[in-house]
Design a protein around this ligand. Structure first.
Ligand SMILES: [Zn+2]
Length: 253
């Protein structure tokens, strides 16, 4: 069996039996892979702390032809990103980023860009902690990479220019809507300036997270627009999402 070697980021793991662990990782060339790490919890020599969530590793694995699960041989730790574990909001957002990436990307198409995006996102959180900006940048870029980014700057139905001020948005109708196409009847209304900012963010390099300062209105409207779009495309709500919501309401009370 061929031995594969690649950089990888741990998205998720569950313990299995006495000593094994099932781990899902993202790689730049093979996309998302899932497999068995035998004795992961006993053999510190082969895996050490390398198979913890958010860790970046140099992964060695083999795969039987026709088998969905791979077998991990070894993992050398490149970065544990310990800073992600020092704050609950940061831990929750990092977990959400990994789950969202795993759900949106189960193929090798776009895997290199997705890997680069997730790596930059986790490195940013590791140093700077959680922020609305980091969440918004990740969501918008993941939607763009997976081909789900909605029409922002023009009407999604007729391509007309959008007026200044509030613009109706519908994920089901794939984006912003002008008055004539029913924009005024949409529950979600977003200022045209917010749409412009989201459009400009999409022009920035995928792995840039530093230096974005968004107004409270842009953050609130941008996150609402992302939430509506993701709800429309995701098969079911993410587990990490309810954890983040619980943290938010605990902060507010
Ligand atoms: Zn229109």
């Amino acid at each position: 069996m061929k031995l594969n070697v690649s950089p990888a980021i741990v998205l998720h793991h569950t313990n299995y039996g006495e000593a094994d662990r099932i781990v899902t990782l993202l790689t730049p060339d093979n996309g998302r892979i899932k497999g068995f790490a035998r004795n992961a919890r006993k053999s510190r020599k082969r895996f050490g702390a390398a198979l913890e969530t958010f860790a970046e590793v140099q992964l060695h694995w083999t795969q039987r032809p026709g088998s969905g699960l791979v077998t991990f041989q070894e993992a050398e730790l490149v970065s544990l990103r310990a800073g992600l574990r020092t704050d609950l909001d940061t831990l929750a957002l990092a977990g959400y980023g990994c789950e969202l990436t795993g759900v949106l990307f189960d193929e090798t198409v776009g895997a290199a860009e997705t890997f680069s995006l997730l790596k930059a996102f986790l490195d940013h959180l590791d140093v700077n902690g959680a922020s609305d900006e980091a969440r918004l940048l990740l969501e918008l870029r993941l939607l763009s990479l997976s081909g789900y980014v909605p029409h922002l700057q023009h009407c999604a139905a007729c391509d007309a220019d959008l007026p200044a001020g509030p613009v109706g948005f519908s994920a089901a109708r794939n984006g912003s809507l002008c008055e004539a196409c029913g924009g005024g009847r949409m529950t979600l209304q977003v200022d045209r300036m917010t749409l412009g900012t989201l459009g400009r963010i999409l022009q920035t390099p995928l792995n840039h997270f530093e230096g974005f300062r968004l107004s409270p209105l842009t953050r609130r409207e941008g996150l609402a627009l992302m939430a509506e779009t993701l709800r429309h495309h995701l098969p079911s709500p993410l587990k990490s999402q309810s954890f983040m919501t619980a943290l938010d309401s605990a902060d507010e009370s």
